[in-house]
Structure formats: structure tokens, C-alpha cells
Ligand binder design. Structure first.
Ligand code: UFG
Length: 328
């Protein structure tokens, strides 16, 4: 993240006490930017906020208007709800937490003429893909409420950019994994594959369940595109500088390589040296068989290249984080 070190920005990072937000805040600070983290700590952790950041505890929908009056160069908006299963059971949390909150943020940005926005969108906006790898101009037919709310926000951002001159970028994350030193993934109730498998290796969980082995894939298990959280974070800084007033650009972030659930578990066995017992269970509702990104647009327009594309390296970083966390 050093190519832009001549321009240092004064930035707000919403959700900077969460997994991706904390890594991104840490990388932006290392590049010399000023960072104010806003987080209501509903799912984030106070001690995940980098020490060099200013911290404001609160809901961005409530504090944005006061805060942005101080004058910022941009907002990186990570705060939001992100669990597919929960979004089907409690959609109100997602429409309020993702759509209403971002609308209030956009209105405050417009009022105070905050010029740039980088938004955390998701591969879940596409739904079941018609083509693999998925390009940004693929049809968006989300199969769950989480994806629908993120897509609604993308539409909102497009119209604000066009009408009010906002420079905006949405980054559509595929499967984020790995860690950055002390910054990593720690959800109170974990649902993601790699952290769950590593909990088994760390001895805090007995076995991992494989959700379906009857998918139309070579080994029957679902295929995903795993991207290192540091590569993902670095795309955010590039996006801040690529953002153009009056435009809303959308970029997929993935490695363009798919790994099956069984391949992920096997890689975790190799990296950790543990047996990691696995049992086959039924499919999880709403899971597509294959999600792999085409990130050609991010490569060509952002000049972004993932540098940690090796799955074993991604798992090794997540494993170091898990070991530190679970060490007694
Ligand atoms: N899986 C298991 N067992 C588990 C957990 C997961 O087999 O205990 C499987 C899932 O069924 C899926 C794969 O592992 O096939 C990956 O599951 P994750 O829960 O780790 O991630 P998802 O692919 O469901 O979702 C993630 C993000 C979404 C994003 C999506 C895009 O959470 O926000 O990646 O690819 F939209």
C-alpha cells in the first residue's frame, strides 16, 4: 500500500472493530492516512481497533452527521450485517442495519460534501451465477436477504453518485480468509468454513460438518474463491484513489481460483498437522454450488494484484491467529 504515500487522506472507517474493517484500518494507518474508526461494537471488538486510530463508539447512522461536519476526505463503509442464514430469519436487522444505515450515511456525506465512498458489497448480490468466473456485469439475482440488502445499497450509491457527484466504489468480496498479525476473524458464533476447521485443529471443536457432498463439482462439495484479507484490504486503498466524482464503480475481489470444501479441509490438515475429523451433513440452505470471481476489472482498473493467492498461505495466517487466540 505504498504507491500513494504522497497523498495522505483523513478517513472514516465504519465497522473498524470488525474483521475486514480492522485489517483495512491497520493497513491504511501504515500507509500514513489518518483513520477514525466508528463502530457500535455490536459484533466488533474494542481491542481490534488499531491503537493509532481515533475511536468513536456508536452507530454510524446516529453519529455520521456530527462527525462528517469536521471534514473528511472519504468513508470506507464496512459496518453492516453479513450473515446469510441470519438474514433469512431476521430480515429487519438487514434492511435497517444495511440499507437504512447507509442511506443516513449517504445523506450526511452529501450534506457535508464528503467526496469519496468505498463500500463493502458482496458476491451474494449475484445469486446463482450463470457463468463462472463471475464478471461484474453478470445478472444480480440474490438468493438471500443479505445479498438483496447489499444490492439495494449498491443501487442507492449509484444514484447518489450520478446526482450529487459522489466518487464511489463498491467492492464485491468473495470468501475472505486469513489474518494480519493480531487482526483476524473472531465471531461470537462462527459460521465460516476456515475458522471452523481451525477450531477443530485447535481442539475447541470436535469435528467439522461438510454441508453437502452431492453438488455437481469434481468431489461433490461446494467450491469457493478464497481471498486473503490483506489483499482485500489493499484493494480498498487503490479504490480510494481510483474513485471518480459522479461515478460509481463496482469491482469483484477474488483470486479467480476455486477450492472445494474438501480441498480446504485437506489444506488445513497439511498446514496444522492435525487430523481434523470431518463428517458429511446435508446441504445448507441458500448455498450456490460454485462461486468464483473474475477480478479482471480490479486488476486492470485498480492496478490490483492479489499477492497472497496460495490457499496454504491464507490458511497458515489464519492458523497463527487461531493459535494465539486459543492458546491457554
Ligand atoms: N461450509 C461447510 N461447513 C461449515 C461451514 C461452511 O461445509 O461448517 C461450507 C459452506 O456450505 C460453503 C463453504 O463451506 O459451501 C463456504 O462457507 P462460508 O460460510 O465460509 O462462506 P459462504 O460462501 O457461505 O459466504 C461467504 C460470505 C458471504 C459472501 C460469500 C461469497 O460470508 O458474505 O462468501 O462467496 F457473499
Amino acid at each position: 500500500m505504498s504507491s500513494h504515500s504522497d497523498s495522505q487522506l483523513n478517513l472514516i472507517v465504519t465497522g473498524g472493530a470488525g474483521y475486514v474493517g480492522s485489517v483495512c484500518a491497520a493497513r491504511l494507518l501504515e500507509s500514513g492516512h489518518r483513520v477514525t474508526v466508528v463502530d457500535d461494537l455490536s459484533t466488533g471488538h474494542r481491542d481490534a481497533v488499531p491503537a493509532e486510530a481515533t475511536f468513536v463508539e456508536g452507530d454510524i447512522a446516529e453519529v455520521a452527521d456530527d462527525l462528517l461536519a469536521d471534514g473528511f476526505d472519504g468513508v470506507l463503509h464496512f459496518a453492516g450485517k453479513s450473515l446469510v442464514g441470519e438474514s433469512m430469519q431476521a430480515p429487519d436487522k438487514y434492511w435497517h442495519g444495511n440499507v437504512m444505515t447507509t442511506l443516513r450515511l449517504l445523506d450526511a456525506m452529501r450534506r457535508h460534501r464528503t467526496p469519496r465512498l468505498v463500500f463493502s458489497s458482496t458476491a451474494a448480490t449475484y445469486g446463482e451465477p450463470a457463468t463462472i468466473p463471475i464478471p461484474e456485469d453478470a445478472a444480480t439475482n440474490p438468493t438471500n436477504t443479505y445479498g438483496a440488502t447489499k444490492l439495494a445499497v449498491d443501487h442507492m450509491i449509484s444514484s447518489y453518485a450520478t446526482a450529487h457527484g459522489l466518487a464511489a466504489v463498491s467492492l464485491r468480496y468473495f470468501n475472505v480468509a486469513g489474518a494480519y498479525g493480531r487482526f483476524g476473524e473472531r465471531h461470537t458464533s462462527e459460521t465460516h468454513l476456515i475458522p471452523i476447521v481451525l477450531q477443530v485443529a485447535a481442539g475447541v471443536r470436535e469435528q467439522v460438518q461438510i454441508f453437502g457432498d452431492d453438488y455437481p463439482t469434481p468431489d461433490g462439495t461446494a467450491i469457493r474463491d478464497y481471498i486473503h484479507v490483506v489483499d482485500l484490504a489493499d484493494a480498498h486503498e487503490a479504490a480510494l484513489f481510483r474513485a471518480t466524482p459522479g461515478e460509481h464503480r463496482i469491482y469483484n475481489l477474488g483470486n479467480g481460483a476455486g477450492f472445494s470444501v474438501k480441498q480446504v479441509i485437506e489444506t488445513c490438515r497439511t498446514v496444522t498437522g492435525h487430523q481434523i475429523p470431518a463428517v458429511v451433513a446435508g446441504r445448507r440452505a441458500g448455498d450456490p454450488a460454485v462461486l468464483v470471481a473474475s477480478s479482471e476489472r480490479a486488476r486492470s482498473e485498480l492496478g490490483w494484484t492479489p499477492r497472497r493467492a496460495d490457499l496454504a498461505e491464507i490458511v497458515a495466517d489464519a492458523w497463527s491467529f487461531a493459535q494465539a487466540r486459543f492458546a491457554r
